[in-house]
Design a protein around this ligand. Structure first.
Ligand SMILES: [Zn+2]
Length: 266
């Protein structure tokens, strides 16, 4: 037998239907940006010295892609805890937030240092934050066919135990069928990471995770991106600034003699 068209011998590509997408760039309220840089200024004014701090980027549950605020957790001197952003610490902060507010990333400052990159330790922190926020930022991205080499179709109450020895997957239906496709949902989640400096610069990345619900096939990727600043109608008022000043005094503690681990962290 001769095949007229060899392309017909190729395995057909698994069917994939797109349902949604993850953000390609960061959306951030102007208010949140102003607040982040105001924290840098307040640290300089209050402690008469610039140093690093970290916080979380916050969104409303119904719009996880938009950073509307910055949340400042207790930044302490415990080096072990501080250098590695632990999931326990993130969970505690999430619990302190109103129910309709969620963490969608983290932000930190390199202070007066002109080190405009994420360090190796920052990279680890990205994934700790991503692990924590995956459930909250999760959305269906696609339905994708699972290619099954030898799918066996069986009919309910009409098969024998030895029929189950055949095939890699069997589908038991309530009536006779000749063909079936199995489509799994690919879920996607994301988190944001932003690093800023006293001089007004910022660098940022998006971290994305995609996972097939049946196959468990998982991919994780990080990409540098830009920020689109959005005017949400909220601006940093004088009373916001004085409240923020109290928060900085309470939550950020200066370390006047940073040990080597701290420098490495930056
Ligand atoms: Zn850093």
């Amino acid at each position: 037998m001769r095949f007229k068209d060899l392309s017909r011998l190729k395995r057909s590509k698994p069917l994939k239907i797109t349902l949604g997408s993850l953000p390609q760039h960061i959306l951030m309220a102007q208010y949140a940006k102003d607040k982040a840089f105001k924290i840098n200024k307040l640290v300089g004014v209050i402690f008469e010295k610039s140093f690093e701090w970290y916080g979380f980027t916050l969104a409303n549950n119904d719009y996880p892609e938009l950073i509307v605020d910055i949340g400042l957790p207790q930044n302490d001197l415990n080096l072990q805890d501080y250098t590695t952003l632990g999931s326990q610490r993130i969970a505690e902060f999430q619990e302190s937030l109103p129910e309709d507010v969620m963490i969608n990333g983290w932000i930190h400052s390199h202070g007066a240092l002109n080190y405009r990159h994420f360090s190796n330790i920052d990279e680890k922190n990205h994934f700790t934050v991503l692990d924590f926020v995956v459930a909250r930022t999760r959305k269906p991205l696609a339905k994708k066919e699972i290619a099954i080499q030898d799918l066996v179709l069986l009919e309910k109450d009409r098969f024998m135990e030895k029929d189950l020895e055949k095939g890699s997957v069997c589908l038991i239906t309530d009536g006779p069928i000749a063909e079936a496709k199995i489509m799994e949902t690919i879920y996607g989640s994301f988190c944001y990471s932003i690093v800023i400096g006293d001089e007004g610069w910022h660098e940022q990345q998006i971290h994305c995770r995609e996972r097939g619900i049946l196959s468990g096939h998982t991919t994780v990727r990080s990409q540098a991106t830009n920020i689109e600043f959005v005017d949400t109608g909220r601006s940093l008022s004088q009373s916001d600034i004085s409240a923020l000043s109290d928060e900085v005094k309470e939550k950020i503690k200066p370390h006047t003699d940073p040990p080597p681990e701290m420098i490495e962290r930056m």
